[in-house]
Design a protein around this ligand. Structure first.
Ligand code: UDP
Length: 361
């Protein structure tokens, strides 16, 4: 077991969360606590969402506006696209500010919460933008924390299952410290997010900022960019267009896929809770990449072949969240099945393809 291995099985208290009175603090717990929960439904907040024109960011903006919050989406449009928030354009209380959060956050007026979601997130995107990815995880996080602290606002960091690297503990509880190659190509993302977590906790300890950290596991759904290179978008677009499905390696590596609506519900529950975390938000239903390829072929009715391509460097061999903390502390768990989520995502891609090939009815 590497230094900093997992806490005993079953000990799923989040690092940084409050230990029970008189109880032993969980491994890694150096900043226990929970801020007061945010005002309940019906109380409008002004929320800044960095990366608000991205896949996940745009779904968050939509959910926040739908519940009556005002939203300032900040995005440099490097991987985000204006189309993602086009439906919100003109909605009272929504605005898009085009800016690079690594350079600063040009937001004026009141701020009740800052959700820091700006970052390239698909492996091809962050491998193409190594320096930008490190900058947004470090400088971008510092700017977002500064804005939150100036306003006494709650800060929520979008962290990732990638902080666990290629995990030696399975499934991954928040108390597991991870197995990350600090000098490999993926380190630009993994270490940027690990640094962002460290900075967030330091800000809390040093300045008392109200912070939360969500560790997001693989999420999919409408608005994934068809060419962003992630496995669900690749397989669905390939199947719909009748091209071979590109399975990297032998396809025995596993992932656990969460539909975006479930992910957003979990993130908002954490935002509202006042909990520090980190908290895993993801779907524990695990499958191999090869199983996913066959599920996509069955769903779309495609006769595309499966081809094998080289496995990317440091590709994690397995990944599955332990969501005991989210279940216990947030009362959250995912509800959308893979079949249903894939069907809704396939509809999105089918609508956008010139061929108009749709999923099997
Ligand atoms: N993958 C694949 N074919 C693709 C894209 C990805 O086999 O066309 C694999 C990839 O090697 C990884 C898994 O699918 O094992 C998930 O990859 P993704 O890029 O979606 O996200 P990751 O979990 O690696 O960040």
């Amino acid at each position: 077991m590497p230094a900093g291995g997992a806490a005993p099985a079953g000990d799923a208290a989040p690092a940084g969360d409050a230990a029970p009175a008189g109880g032993a603090a969980p491994a890694g717990d150096a900043a226990p606590g929970r801020a007061p929960a945010r005002p309940g439904p019906g109380t409008s907040q002004r929320v800044v969402v960095t990366g608000g024109a991205g896949f996940l960011g745009s779904h968050l903006c939509e959910a926040l506006v739908a519940r009556g919050d005002s939203v300032v989406a900040v995005d440099d449009l490097s991987t985000g696209v204006v189309d993602n928030v086009a439906a919100l354009d003109g909605t009272p209380g929504f605005e898009l500010v085009v800016a690079d959060v690594s350079q600063g956050l040009p937001v004026t007026g009141p701020v009740d919460a800052v959700l820091h979601f700006a970052s390239p997130a698909s492996p091809p995107d962050y491998l193409e933008r190594p320096l930008e990815t490190l900058a947004v995880g470090s400088e971008g996080t510092r700017h977002a924390l500064t804005l939150a602290a100036e306003h006494g606002a709650r800060f929520l960091l979008a962290s990732t299952s990638e902080v666990y690297g290629d995990p030696t503990v399975h499934p991954q509880p928040e108390t597991y410290w991870g197995n990350v190659n600090p000098v490999g190509p993926r380190s630009v993302y993994d270490e940027a997010k690990r640094f962002a977590e460290a900075l967030t906790m330091a800000w809390r300890r040093a300045k008392g900022t109200d912070v939360g950290i969500v560790r997001i596991f693989n999420t999919y759904g409408p608005r994934l960019r068809p060419g962003d290179g992630r496995v669900v978008s690749n397989f669905l677009v390939q199947a719909i267009e009748g091209r071979p499905l590109t399975v990297y390696g032998d396809g025995s590596q596993t992932r656990s896929l969460c539909f975006v609506d479930d992910e957003v519900a979990g993130i908002l529950a954490l935002l509202d809770s006042g909990l520090t975390g980190p908290v895993n938000i993801g779907n524990p239903a695990e499958l191999t990449v090869l199983e996913l390829a066959h599920a996509v072929l069955a769903l779309t009715g495609s006769s595309s072949p499966v081809v094998h391509e080289p496995l990317p460097v440091d590709d994690p061999t397995r990944r599955r969240p332990d969501i005991s903390v989210a279940r216990r502390e947030l009362g959250w768990e995912p509800v959308v099945t893979l079949q249903e989520g894939l069907r809704r995502t396939a509809e999105f891609f089918s609508a956008g393809t010139p061929e108009g090939v749709g999923p099997r009815p």
